[in-house]
Design a protein around this ligand. Structure first.
Ligand code: MG
Length: 313
């Protein structure tokens, strides 16, 4: 089995959309450029949802072309998926030059109904023309299944409905499905079980990703379980941006620097330089005016040759 892991960076989209403080378009562009300089090759850039719904990402139409034109980002072939909720969003993304998208649903109706005003089935019906058109355009397509382990409205989520939604997304053309632990309640046994069931159902491990939240400190343990199940793509947010929208003040997205430290120690290849990544982490924390929300951001990396921390300011 391959020792290469894809790190799918979600800071600029999932991180910043959950931060109260607005970030200037130029600062977002700098953040993404620093992420690319650190070696990240898949960076979810923004979202073409209604600017009224998510004012933090209202500059998507300006930001994406800027990133694509940056020789250090678009010029390096960094994949810049954007979240697209419907055909209107797709048209905007197309106009802005997108070549990769993500659509977003969940395993529970209670969650999608409150989040996007649709049942899971209705959201999938709505994605059909979006994914079809994106396929005709040759775009890379990812489908998120949120509440993959637990739902804030209905409680524990069993693997069967999660896998069923993932299979629909694959049928509709998604190259990748990503299981999200939206409220950060999952534990490794659930990860192994869900990965195993999804693979058994016919979704190759190489088309499965996990999006863990560290709300209750289980994110890295869940990554280890995912790796053991053959999964080789994990989402993370540099600087630990994002918080948890369902638990004010709590951690949300797994921090990319914490993931990189773990993968380095385990001997996986991923192409990201921890020291340079910490520069991006410090930049975004400084921009948001708050301390870094990551363990490795605070402690630094570690050089086994000298015993000293690395990558600290
Ligand atoms: Mg998240």
């Amino acid at each position: 089995m391959t020792d290469e892991v894809r790190i799918y960076e979600v800071g600029p989209r999932d991180g910043l959309q959950n931060e109260a403080r607005p970030v200037a378009t130029s600062a977002k562009a700098r953040y993404v450029a620093l992420l690319a300089a650190a070696g990240l090759r898949e960076i979810e850039a923004t979202s073409f949802v209604s600017p009224r719904a998510i004012p933090q990402l209202a500059d998507a139409d300006a930001l994406l072309p800027t990133l694509l034109a940056d020789p250090a980002v678009g010029g390096r072939g960094v994949r810049l998926p954007v979240l697209v909720p419907n055909l209107r969003g797709l048209r905007r993304a197309e106009e802005a030059g997108a070549t990769a998208l993500a659509v977003f649903t969940a395993a529970t109706d209670a969650f999608t109904e409150r989040n996007i005003g649709l049942t899971v089935a209705a959201s999938l019906d709505g994605f059909r023309p979006v994914l079809e058109r994106a396929g005709q355009l040759g775009w890379w397509r990812r489908g998120y299944v949120s509440t993959a382990f637990g739902c804030p409205y209905t409680g524990l989520v069993e693997p069967a409905p999660v896998v069923a939604v993932a299979l629909r997304l694959v049928e509709l053309g998604c190259e990748e499905v990503c299981f999200g632990d939206t409220i950060g309640v999952g534990v490794p046994s659930q990860v192994s079980e869900l990965a195993g069931r999804a693979i058994e159902a016919g979704i190759p491990a190489g088309r499965i990703a996990f999006h863990f939240h560290d709300t209750r400190g289980t994110a890295l343990a869940n990554v280890v379980a995912g790796l053991a199940s053959g999964i080789r793509c994990f989402d993370a947010s540099t600087g630990g941006t994002g918080g948890c929208p369902y638990a004010p003040g709590a951690a949300g997205n797994l921090a990319t620097e914490d993931l990189v430290y773990l993968l380095d120690g385990l001997g996986y290849r991923h192409g990201v330089d921890l020291g340079r990544l910490l520069e991006a982490a410090r930049f975004v924390a400084g921009t948001l005016g708050r301390p870094l929300a990551s363990k490795v951001g605070l402690a630094g990396g570690w050089d086994p040759a000298t015993g000293r921390p690395t990558g600290r300011a």
